[in-house]
Design a protein around this ligand. Sequence first.
Ligand code: ZN
Length: 66
Amino acid sequence: MVSQELLDLLVCPACKSKVKLVQEAWLACQNPDCRRKYPIRNDIPVMLIEEGDKYRDVSVENLGTS
Ligand SMILES: [Zn+2]
């Protein structure tokens, strides 16, 4: 589980927008022009631009589990 306090601190490393927790397994950037999604692995959000890039074109519904 990622704590709400941590979520409140996290921003997309690419565009500095807020991110939203999705399916307890992803953090989705809320900027519609960015759309990067960052996986949470072993309760650690992987906030790397290159990770987010991989899932830009995957819709939130299709992310599944990281
Ligand atoms: Zn972003």
